[in-house]
Design a protein around this ligand. Structure first.
Ligand code: SF4
Ligand code: SF4
Length: 372
């Protein structure tokens, strides 16, 4: 049996979050917390983009702060780092907006720039990946995921959060090479297998459903959950959302490879059970059924059934974030508005993730809407 500890936390107050983090980590780490004394422990939050904590896009700094405090009590040498999608334009902007800079300065904890320290090359079979050296150098990785939907992978939880261990421009190249859910999930699981976290915690105090991971609907699900098994944690998050966990391609792929547990019968719950925090009416991204059509069928249907980014010109502020993340170089600014070159676009939807004002929508053909 593996353990997944879930407990309620309904507000981002230091007191509430500190108590909830302690309640879920204590049973999960009971027999190993002493191992962190004097060790370099890297906290890996989800810092997807430069958004304020209230937007629900990034792991909340109060959650990160509570985990810092918890680990320091046991003598850990803590640092915090991630590689955001828009890191090429400077990670400091993301640190400032997400509240991570203020948090780490107040606690005297180093914020690590994954882009600056170089990387090491690792492989899974014949697939080659670059992993930030800062991640490789840590003794333990503590994975601090944000629970959200995702237009490409349906849900983003513990497994997908490890994608940020790949430096920014390398992530863009992977998106370009793997624009569809199944190949992308295979790459995400490869990366997770290369840098398995010591423990993972999901911030679902405010989660996101609908068209996540950045333009969805905020949901006050009011809980945090932790496990040493990312597959089990993502399985439980799917269960809470009312989604068959094995429909989530990252969970299914990791389970198939034996990287963790996805059977609820073999998961123990030392705190609350999933049904006690079940999310009513959890909305999945409108496109996800279409996204799971296998590549061959997808190619045949692609003229009739498509999902692609559509710019809402009224909302577009001309900030250029979408150009910055588009590895296909399919977006140009024209009269301070983003314009997509359809011939180059691979429909990876990275621009949808990156747009700070929700101006990139996931547009679907009529038949795709029927399937969804
Ligand atoms: S579409 Fe969004 S990200 Fe792109 S320029 Fe407009 S506002 Fe910025
Ligand atoms: S325009 Fe958007 S969806 Fe198309 S390739 Fe660029 S980032 Fe991906």
């Amino acid at each position: 049996m593996v353990n997944v500890a879930i407990d309620r936390c309904t507000a981002y107050s230091e007191e509430d979050v500190g108590a909830a983090v302690e309640r879920v980590l204590a049973p999960i780490l009971a027999d190993r917390i002493q191992d962190v004394r004097g060790r370099r422990v890297l906290l890996k939050p989800n810092l997807l983009a430069a958004r304020e904590p209230s937007k629900g896009v990034t792991t909340h700094p109060v959650v990160v702060g509570a985990v810092i405090d918890y680990l320091r009590k046991y003598g850990a040498d803590v640092s915090v780092g991630d590689s955001p999608a828009g890191a090429l334009r400077g990670v400091r902007r993301v640190w400032e907006k997400s509240g991570m800079l203020e948090l780490c300065e107040s606690k005297g904890v180093p914020l690590v720039n994954f882009e600056a320290g170089g990387w090491v090359t690792r492989s899974v079979g014949d697939r080659v990946y670059q992993i930030s050296r800062a991640v490789e150098d840590a003794d333990y990785i503590v994975n601090l995921a944000k629970f959200k939907t995702h237009v490409l992978t349906l849900l983003t939880g513990a497994i997908k959060n490890m994608f940020g261990c790949v430096p920014g421009f390398r992530k863009s190249a992977l998106h370009l090479a793997c624009p569809r859910p199944v190949p992308m999930s295979r790459a995400l699981v490869d990366i997770f297998s290369l840098v398995p976290p010591w423990v993972s915690l999901a911030d679902a105090v405010i989660a996101m459903d609908g068209n996540g991971p950045s333009s969805g609907r905020l949901r006050n699900l009011g809980f945090v959950a932790a496990s040493t098994d990312c597959v089990a944690l993502d399985t439980v998050l799917g269960e809470i959302a009312g989604i068959d966990p094995l429909r989530v391609p990252t969970t299914a792929e990791a389970y198939r490879r034996g990287l963790g547990e996805a059977s609820l019968d073999r998961i123990a719950f030392p705190c609350l059970r999933p049904e006690e925090v079940a999310a009513a009416d959890f909305e999945v991204p409108g496109n996800w059924k279409f996204s799971l059509i296998p590549g061959f069928a997808g190619r045949i249907l692609s003229r009739l059934v498509w999902i692609r980014p559509v710019i809402n010109m009224e909302r577009c502020t001309g900030c250029g974030e979408c150009c910055n993340v588009c590895a296909a170089r399919a977006i140009e600014m024209h009269r301070k508005k983003a314009v997509i070159d359809r011939r180059l676009c691979t429909s990876c939807l990275c621009c949808h993730e990156a747009c700070p004002v929700g101006a990139v929508q996931a547009g679907m053909s009529r038949l795709a809407r029927l399937i969804a």
